[in-house]
Design a protein around this ligand. Structure first.
Ligand code: 13P
Length: 216
């Protein structure tokens, strides 16, 4: 059975709380959204609401064009980035943006997360590229994010953080966790030596698996 609108709003607030609990964000950072099925509307977290005060009633409805539709608060300052991803990627049902520390450290360095671990590829679909820096909400940030995301499940935002996408909130959250894990392994492996990419045949095989996992 499809969740009700109130349940979906609660889920958006809960996933933002989960980001906080898992150490992906501190203070007022991060934002979460999901499509409202069978509409061109999206539910997104409000801008700058403290995590302890965030509830379903604070979640804002926007259109996939990024315009305000309904809500008690202004939408996230990144709502237009979320909307642009939904427009570009019909397969995406949820978007999660956080500032998890290892992924953000690589984003600060402008260093993509290369496919060095096999479990990473089927869920993310390839190298996590770095979108060029753009101020929050700017056209540069919106266009650069969509382009660097491409058909994959995650992208790093230069000097900022990570964006993970998935068919639903659960999948997008799993990707956000995996990206942070891969960033951490990349960091550790780089400290100890020079991490090597997976062999090309493993990358090719996993790309096929990704097409399948993406739709699950
Ligand atoms: P919002 O509270 O406006 O969503 O901004 C938080 C953030 O992390 C911006 O990148």
């Amino acid at each position: 059975m499809e969740p009700s609108l109130d349940e979906l709003k609660q889920a958006v607030a809960d996933y933002k709380r989960k980001l906080h609990a898992r150490g992906h964000i501190v203070a007022l950072a991060g934002n979460v959204s999901t499509r409202i099925p069978d509409t061109n509307h999206v539910l997104v977290t409000p801008s700058q609401v403290p995590i302890d005060a965030l509830g379903a009633a604070d979640v804002v409805t926007i259109s996939v064009d990024g315009d305000f539709v309904d809500g008690n608060r202004p939408p996230s300052s990144e709502a237009r980035v979320h909307a642009a991803i939904y427009r570009a990627r019909p397969d995406v049902g949820a978007v999660i943006h956080g500032h998890s520390p290892y992924a953000t450290a690589l984003a600060v360095l402008g260093r993509p997360i290369e496919p060095i671990m096999d479990e990473f590829l089927p869920y993310v679909g390839g190298t996590v590229e770095v979108a060029p820096f753009g101020m929050s909400g700017s056209a540069e940030l919106i266009e650069g994010t969509v382009e660097a995301l491409g058909p994959r499940a995650a992208v790093l935002l230069r000097h900022h953080g990570q964006v993970a996408v998935g068919k639903n909130l659960d999948k997008a959250f799993q990707v956000a966790e995996l990206v942070e894990w891969a960033a951490r392994v990349t960091w550790l492996a780089t400290v100890a030596g020079r991490p090597e990419r997976l062999p090309p045949e493993a990358i090719e095989t996993s790309s096929g698996v990704y097409a399948y996992v993406k739709d699950m």
